[in-house]
Every structure is written in C-alpha cells, then in structure tokens.
Design a protein around this ligand. Structure first.
Ligand SMILES: Cc1cc2nc3c(=O)[nH]c(=O)nc-3n(C[C@H](O)[C@H](O)[C@H](O)COP(=O)(O)OP(=O)(O)OC[C@H]3O[C@@H](n4cnc5c(N)ncnc54)[C@H](O)[C@@H]3O)c2cc1C
Length: 526
C-alpha cells in the first residue's frame, strides 16, 4: 500500500472531525481523515441564516431521495446529507440540544448511561453564559442564545404559556420540557461546524492528513481484521492502509452502505445484491429510524416575520449591512429560534412531541430568503416506533443506497403527529397572534376531520434529518463501538445510536465521538 496510517477515519462529518482532533492529539500516532466531498468553501455554509442555500447547493450534498414511502402517498422524500468536509454539521440548522437524559439510560448499554455521558457533553461545550453544573465553558463547540430573536418568537412562547404549557429555563438542562428560545452552535455570527470546532485548530499537526475528494469504496479485510480501505480519487482506485484501526464515521447512510459493500451484513441480502458475504451481521442497515414531521403555515400582511417584501427592502439592506460590518442581526441567526417539547398524551414520562416555530413563510419556490411574510409551526414525532432500512441497490459503490424510512408504518406515530397538528393550530389561534390577521395556507381552514388531518400529514410528511440505528450498538457494534466479530474496525457516528434522541442529533453525535475517542485511546494505552 502506498500510504499507511495508524488510524484511518472514513468520513469527515460531525463524528469524523471530533475523532481526527482527539486521536491526532497524540503525536506518536498518525491519522488520516478521508472525506468523499470537497472542502467547506461554499460561503453559504458560514452564514447561519443562509442554511437553506447551503443545503440546496448540490456541491455540498449526496442528493439522496428516499424510496417511495408507502404510508405517505408513495412519495420519495428529499434526504439532504452533507458530502463536504464537516458532513451534515456543515449544512445543518445549528440547533443545539443534548436530548432528554432518560433517552441515554434507555439505550441500556454499559458505559452509556447519562451519568457516564454528561462529562462528554460538558467537555465539548463552550457556553459563555453557563451558570449551572449542567453547562460548561471552554470546549470546542461554541453555543449561544440567539441575541435578538424575531419578534414573533415572543408571541409563540406567550401563546403556549396562555394554553397552560410551562416555559423551559434551559433545554440543555436536566428537564428539557416546555417552551422557550433555542440555542445555536454559532460563534461571532458564523456557523460552528465539525470543521471550525475540531479541525481548524489542529490542521497544522504533522501527524494528521485531511484527504478531501477521496470516496471510500470498501473496507479491506484480511483474516477477520480490517487492514485498510479502498478509495477512488480522480477516477482511479487505490488503497490506504490502517496499522491500528479503520473507523467508519460515514454517517447513518454511509456507514451501513460501506459495511455492506465490504461483505459485512445479512448474507442473503448481500448475495441478492451481488456482493460476496464475508462476515454475517444481519442487523447492518436495519432499524433505520428518523423524526417524521409535518407543518401548519400561515400568510400575513404583517411584516414582522423574516422575509422580503416591498415594504421591507430598506430593512433588508440594513440587515445585510449589519451582518457585513458587525456579523450581527438576523443573518447571524439560524431562523428557527424557538420550540417546545411536550407530551402528546397523559401517562408518558417525558416529551414525545416537538413543536418548532417558523418565524417565516415557507417558500414553495426554493429561494433561501422567503418572499412575502408568514409564519407557522413544524410538529415532530420525537420517539417514532416505525423502523426502516438502508440497503444496497447493487454492488456499485457509487450507486445511491436504498433509504426506506418506512415512515408511519406504525400507527402510533400518526397519533403523535395528529396531536402535534392539533396543538400547532391551538397555539397559532391563541390571542397572542390575533393582531396579525393571518390566513392559514397549509393545510387551510377547511381541514378539520381526523381523516383530512391524516391526509394532510401524509401529503406533507418530511424528515427533519436525524437518522440513526443502522449500525446499532448491541447488534452491529459492541458498547466500545467495535464491529462484532472483527478486529481493527469500529463505527463511530449517528448509525450506532440505538434509539433516536428526542431532539436534534448533532450534539449527541459529537458526544458519541468524544466518548469513542477515549475508548480508542484507552484501548491503545490499556
Ligand atoms: C439538513 C440538515 C439539518 C440538520 N439540522 C440539525 C440541527 O439543527 N441540529 C442538530 O443537532 N442536528 C441537525 N442535523 C443532524 C446532524 O447534523 C447529524 O445528526 C450529524 O451531523 C450526523 O453526524 P455523522 O457524523 O453521523 O454524519 P455526517 O455528519 O453526515 O458525516 C458523514 C461524512 O461521511 C462522508 N462519507 C459518507 N460516505 C463516504 C464514503 N464512501 N467515502 C468517504 N466519505 C464518506 C460524508 O460525505 C460526510 O461528510 C441536521 C442534518 C441535516 C442533513
């Protein structure tokens, strides 16, 4: 092999960037971070409010679609995924949540109880306003309170309180329940990604190689041990060796895809797709789940919302200048600035429904800056029961994987979403919004019956981009994230998470990678 490193990390996304930093801190080992996509040079990646443009730029993504979703009108859902240094952390919404402490205890994996994990959440965090033992300063990931949320945010939180829902003092504290403003991974008005938090400070290390535009096509196995990877660069295949470990951090779609391309998975399924089975692990690519969501949207002639209209052109110019000169104002915000976590029914021990406020009209025309004014609510089923899969289309490593969420297969998920719809409408009909004299444009006031509400949800269902479970801890990897039955191969990314966190997934993946780095270094020293 032309090149050999101690650790070869596949995928320069959220988890890969953490590992590259932590493992290369030991100058006696060499580390390669191998990323299929280009560097994160798109300017839209840096400006928080341009997140829609960053997602929409085909240069930054894999361009996936789901398989037709049989419980959602057979629609193929867009599945944005970062294919760029930083991975999804370079195109995500920067919303910062750790999730509910009890979620981690439910994983039921040794060493992964919340009390074991809190030190890692604290280690990664830099929250200047920290005043409790639950929050920390000094870590690589800066998080801020959005300094001046849109004025509609206050109406939203007040409306929820009017309906009897509590305010939440800190969504990253011990009780993330109730309504309030969200925090964002933003520093000096710029996105905080895996690249800015973990790679930029250590790029100069001589023992770290960052290889972009290197598409990994399989893991090389010899007598039950991962010895390296095969990559394609500028149309040519070559091999990179790993003396100690290959670590897959290619994400919830990429990692199971690479395992299967390498002959690791369900033997019958692999053979059916034209891949020679080498190591049987039937759960690879199974148990995919993600947060399904739908929305209610309103239009208004009131101009408070983010958006462009003739009357707000001078304001828009001011906003642009404020950002260019001071990196402040709405362009320094990640737009969806407030939400609530609630229980959809009595008898639950914690929230299963997220109510996200949109202080902007959702464009059908795909502009990143909304044209016209409006607002609405996205409601998300946080603890979905439905399970899907990520399987190969065939043996070609460049064929897109078959991503089947199987959304709404379990009717309990629809029940949660119908409750979300009902609560969204109640909040938006509260007196706090009355002065705006708005019209509901989606689904429209005529939709009242359960049948019509369900039809609206099936017609508009989307993912909010938190896939997990496809290399599940306990089945595919052990509690040290080693692929079962093989040596020298780990998976460290969202795919190992057994059940999705009730909140956004980036910070939980950062935590997984921080802990994995300790496990890997511990294995080296112990
Ligand atoms: C549009 C969007 C918005 C989101 N918003 C939020 C949010 O606001 N807050 C939040 O907490 N979470 C959010 N998330 C989710 C969060 O970003 C992800 O959970 C997290 O980034 C997953 O990290 P990962 O390391 O598992 O995978 P990724 O970050 O996806 O990294 C995987 C990397 O591996 C690379 N890769 C894959 N296959 C190969 C291959 N064969 N060869 C080489 N490289 C490969 C990919 O290109 C990618 O860079 C969002 C996600 C998306 C897509």
């Amino acid at each position: 092999m032309a090149e050999v490193f101690d650790y070869v990390i596949v995928g320069g996304g959220t988890a890969g960037c953490v590992l590259a930093n932590r493992l290369s801190a030991d100058p006696s080992v060499t580390v390669a971070l191998v990323e299929a996509g280009p560097p994160d040079s798109d300017p839209a990646i840096k400006v928080p409010a341009m997140v829609g443009k960053a997602i929409g730029n085909p240069r930054n993504g894999w361009g996936y679609l789901s398989t037709p979703q049989s419980h959602a009108d057979n629609r193929q859902l867009p599945v944005p995924r970062g294919r760029v240094l930083g991975g999804c952390s370079s195109i995500n919404g920067m919303v910062y949540f750790r999730g509910h402490p009890q979620e981690y205890n439910d994983w039921n994996q040794p060493g992964w109880r919340h009390e074991d994990l809190l030190p890692y959440f604290l280690k990664l965090e830099n929250y200047e306003a920290a005043t409790t033992p639950w929050r920390a300063r000094g870590g690589p990931v800066t998080v801020v309170d959005i300094p001046k949320p849109n004025p509609l945010v206050k109406r939203f939180v007040d409306a929820a309180e009017f309906l009897g829902y509590p305010r939440c003092a800190d969504f990253n504290g011990p009780e993330p329940e109730g309504f309030g403003p969200r925090q964002g991974a933003i520093r000096n008005g710029r996105r905080v990604s895996g690249v800015t938090a973990y790679l930029d400070p250590v790029r100069h290390r001589p023992n770290l190689r960052i290889l972009t535009d290197h598409a990994v096509t399989r893991v090389l196995l010899k007598e039950g041990r991962a010895t390296g990877i095969e990559v394609q660069v500028e149309g040519a295949r070559r091999e990179i060796g790993a003396r100690r470990e290959v670590i897959l951090s290619a994400g919830a779609y990429g990692s199971p895809q690479l395992l299967q391309l390498s002959g690791i998975g369900d033997p019958a399924e692999l053979a059916a797709k034209g891949v020679t089975p080498l190591h049987a692990l039937p759960d690879v690519g199974r148990h995919l789940h993600d947060h399904p969501a739908s929305s209610v949207s309103l239009r208004t002639s009131d101009t408070s919302s983010y958006g462009l209209s003739l009357r707000t052109v001078p304001r828009a110019v001011g906003i642009g200048l404020n950002y260019l000169l001071f990196r402040k104002g709405p362009l320094a915000s990640n737009v969806f600035e407030a939400n609530g976590f609630v229980r959809s029914r009595a008898g639950l021990d914690r929230p299963d429904l997220q109510i996200i406020f949109m202080p902007a009209h959702r464009n059908a025309n795909g502009h990143w800056l909304p044209i016209g004014h409006g607002y609405g609510i996205i409601f998300v089923a946080l603890r979905p029961e439905s399970r899907g899969s990520v399987l190969l289309a065939g043996p070609d490593p460049f064929a897109k994987p078959l991503i089947d969420f199987n959304f709404l297969a379990d009717p309990r998920d629809m029940d949660v979403l119908v409750e979300g719809f009902t609560l969204a409408r109640r909040i938006l009909a509260a007196p706090q919004f009355a002065a705006l004299k708005s019209d509901e444009v989606s689904p429209g006031a005529g939709v009242r019956s359960r049948i019509d509400i369900e039809a609206h949800i099936r017609r508009t269902l989307v993912t909010v981009h938190h896939p997990v479970g496809t290399c599940r801890m306990g089945d595919v990897v052990d509690a040290s994230l080693r692929v079962k039955g093989l040596t020298g191969l780990r998976v460290v990314d969202a795919s190992v998470i057994p059940t999705v966190i009730a909140g956004n997934s980036n910070i939980p993946v950062n935590m997984v990678a921080e802990r994995a780095a300790d496990l890997i270094l511990g294995a080296r020293h112990g």
